[in-house]
Write a new protein. Structure first.
Length: 141
């Protein structure tokens, strides 16, 4: 079946395999809204799909929660790497993740990452008009 990175990949996989159920791997790590987008595409197959897209600002609280979990489960030395690893995946989908990755790539001190993350989440809360997801119209190529 191959990797499923996009809604189009999911369509091709369903058509080639004849299966209507899919398992997502790295594509879901790279684009946390991918499952929602695929579901929206599957349920609106008869009409022009408008898949759900999770926005970068909406992802920030999830990132903060992920960081809290990492800090409770991993030793101090391993924590920063886990967040940077996820940011590295997210760079494929979110340009903002590239900026975040570049800001954090040389930082290994969890306290500095705490400060950085608190700052970006606080900025997001200051402009809290952003929904968790938005419905956008995507033209099929």
């Amino acid at each position: 079946n191959g990797e499923i990175w996009t809604v189009d990949d999911a369509r091709r996989c369903r058509e080639a395999s004849g299966c209507d159920m899919l398992m997502l791997g790295r594509g879901a790590v790279t684009d946390p809204g991918l499952a929602l987008a695929i579901k929206a595409d599957m349920t609106s197959a008869a009409v022009d799909p408008a898949p759900a897209v999770i926005t970068w600002p909406a992802l920030l609280p999830l990132m903060a929660e992920f960081w809290q979990l990492v800090c409770t489960r991993l030793d101090t030395r391993s924590r920063a790497g886990r967040l940077k690893q996820w940011l590295n995946f997210l760079r494929r989908r979110f340009p903002e993740a590239e900026t975040a990755y570049q800001q954090l790539k040389s930082i290994n001190d969890p306290a500095l990452i705490d400060g950085w993350l608190a700052g970006v989440v606080q900025k997001r809360q200051a402009s809290a008009t952003m929904p968790f997801y938005s419905f956008t119209h995507r033209k099929n190529p």
